[in-house]
Write a protein that binds this ligand. Structure first.
Ligand code: ARG
Length: 586
């Protein structure tokens, strides 16, 4: 039945049930101590609860194990062989061959979800990701956030949760004072708007404005007044502001379209009218403190480098609000209005303290009920191939659009050389491969470490790379198409797992649902990459040892074909979770 596909979780429930039957309801909260077996000799899972329970029930561990086993076996027998007791009282559990076979035929039949049901308990999940800043360059850090965040959204969506993908763009900082002042200086007015003024290259525009700001005191004064005017809702200021936002938005969208990432823009400005409530809310519960004219909150346990309590600044002495204030308002809004159960923030590791403090304050203020989790999903830096800061040869920041284009150009060159073909199809494939390479290189690294950006490495045909995985998919899919065209696979098809290589492959295939839950919890997408890399290797072993087209019998041919098919479907599903399109040929 469907509920066994998350084997470990199912097993935990069954152990708890058996414990209660054997020792009474008072053990129902005992940790069932189920884990993946540490060695293949021990089977697939092990249960170590007998040791931890022994004292509580006043029996020797081995006797606890015996008693548990009697109750457990009948509950498990469709899925597991008779459990074995080892050593002082470990229970070793091995999956039944026919259970694994049944799961495989289900996977061939349900190519889209591979027999994985949607959750019966959907949660409202908000993923705050990408979030570049208006009029500034969208940099490689934002690229990481976009790619990792999108995968987490896809995973939660696949599992059946209700996901809100929020782009918390920086559209309300003090930089707008300077930018709008410069716009005005260049001839922008309320009546004629931009006129002939071109701001296509916003980053350059930003640089020029900054230069003016730095050189001219009158310009600085005007800029400060401009911020006040903007925040007070002055119509001209607002129209300048929205022109700037619109120009940035267009540039960001080019990148999102290339990456095929969907986001809902809800920038800092959205929370503007909720900021004063944050301050009064904090004041009411006496969390708000004064420090040198500014308003701050102190969170227990946070010290700055001199060892003094570290302030979390929520209002400047001139009355202005900050990034931090906005994040507190956003938490309230997301919990109260959006009814979030889980909020994920995908940003660089440098912002960890900020999010920790914001979470503590929001909890202390009673804005976040205990069932709601706020999780920062930090990631490391993208570095150049030399391990230094990532930049162009001339030392500028790399434009993401150029970076993605370059990956496509290189993929296309590789393809044309290898396939000696050059047509529409090659160009389409190159685009898929190039973008896949950038995404996969990022996602296959443990997100918390820094990684070096290297086109050569990410485009290599061997190793844990996108081209290798896409190639593996195309090949396996090709085998299935070629051999399987006249064979119909359905759930009645018997899966034979007599060869160790067949079993080795099948065992990994049925692990997928548990892996997905693991990634949902740990938020480590690289485990998905490790999983499919291992899968393709197990498939190769199988294919070397177990002929498919020339299998010894029709029955085995069908069974092996089903293994090919389940493997191809699995690769496709996981690549899809990684935001990667597959190709038929490579
Ligand atoms: N705009 C910020 C940056 O570029 C990221 C925002 C992350 N989200 C948030 N709710 N603070 O670093």
């Amino acid at each position: 039945s469907l509920e066994t596909v998350y084997v470990q979780q199912w097993l935990e429930r069954k152990v708890t049930q058996a414990l209660c039957e054997a020792f009474g309801e008072e053990v129902k909260d005992v940790n069932p101590m189920v884990a993946i077996a540490s060695k293949p000799e021990f089977g697939d899972y092990q249960c170590n609860v007998a040791m931890s329970l022994s004292k509580k029930v006043g029996m020797k561990p081995r006797d606890v194990a015996d008693k548990l086993l009697q109750r457990l076996h009948p509950l498990l027998q469709d899925v597991f062989e008779q459990p074995e007791i080892a050593g002082p009282g470990f229970l070793n559990l091995r999956l039944r061959k026919d259970y694994i076979g049944g799961r495989i035929s289900r996977m061939t039949e349900d190519g889209e979800r591979l027999g994985i049901p949607k959750t019966g308990n959907p949660k409202r999940v908000i993923v705050d990701f990408s979030s570049p800043n208006i009029a500034k360059e969208m940099h490689v850090g934002h690229l990481r956030s976009t790619i990792i965040g999108d995968t987490l959204c896809r995973l939660e969506e696949f599992l059946g949760h209700d996901v809100l993908r929020l782009n918390h763009v920086g559209d309300w900082g003090t930089q707008f004072g300077m930018l709008i002042t410069y716009l005005r200086e260049k001839g922008f007015t309320a009546e004629k708007g931009l006129g002939d003024l071109q701001i296509g290259d916003l980053v350059n525009f930003y640089k020029q404005a900054k230069a003016r700001f730095d050189e001219d005191e009158a310009f600085q004064t005007a800029s400060r007044k401009e911020v006040v005017a903007l925040q007070a809702g002055d119509a001209t200021s607002l129209s300048g502001w929205s022109i700037l936002c619109e120009a940035s938005r267009k540039e960001f969208q080019v990148v999102y379209d290339m990456l095929n990432v969907r986001l809902e823009e809800r920038g800092e400005s959205f929370y503007n009218n909720m900021l004063s409530d944050v301050i009064s809310g904090l004041k009411e519960i006496e969390l708000l403190k004064e420090s040198e004219g500014a308003r701050v909150v102190y969170v227990d346990g946070y010290k700055n480098k001199d060892g003094d309590p570290m302030p979390f600044l929520v209002q400047k002495s001139d009355g202005g609000y900050l990034y931090s204030t906005t994040d507190l308002a956003a938490i309230r809004h997301r919990v109260q209005k959006e009814k979030a159960d889980r909020i994920l923030y995908v940003t660089d590791a440098g912002q960890s303290t900020h999010f920790d403090q914001a979470r503590c304050i929001a909890r202390q203020a009673g804005w976040v009920p205990s069932h709601v989790s706020l999780e920062h999903v930090p990631f490391g830096l993208v570095q150049g191939e030399d391990g230094k800061k990532f930049k162009t040869r001339s030392g500028d920041t790399v434009k993401l659009r150029d970076l993605l284009d370059e990956a496509i150009v290189r993929a296309s060159k590789d393809l044309r050389e290898r396939l000696e073909a050059d047509n529409k199809e090659t160009e389409r494939t190159a685009r898929i491969v190039g973008l896949a390479a950038v995404k996969y290189a990022d996602l296959s690294m443990n997100r918390e470490s820094n990684y070096r950006f290297s086109y050569d490495k990410m485009l290599a045909l061997s190793g844990n790379t996108a081209p290798y995985m896409l190639y593996a998919f195309a090949r396996i899919n090709g085998i299935r198409r070629k051999i399987g065209s006249e064979i119909k696979l359905d759930s009645s098809c018997k899966i034979i797992l007599d060869h160790p290589a067949e079993m080795f492959l099948a065992r990994h295939l049925v692990y997928l649902p548990e892996l997905l839950l693991d990634v949902e919890k740990s938020l480590y997408p690289h485990r998905l990459c490790e999983y499919i890399f291992e899968l393709s290797q197990r498939f190769n072993q199988f294919y070397e040892n177990c002929p498919v087209a020339n299998a010894p019998s029709e029955e085995e041919k069908k069974s092996r074909l089903a293994l090919c098919s389940a493997t191809a479907n699995t690769l496709q599903l996981v690549l899809n979770l990684l935001g990667i399109d597959t190709v038929e040929r490579l």
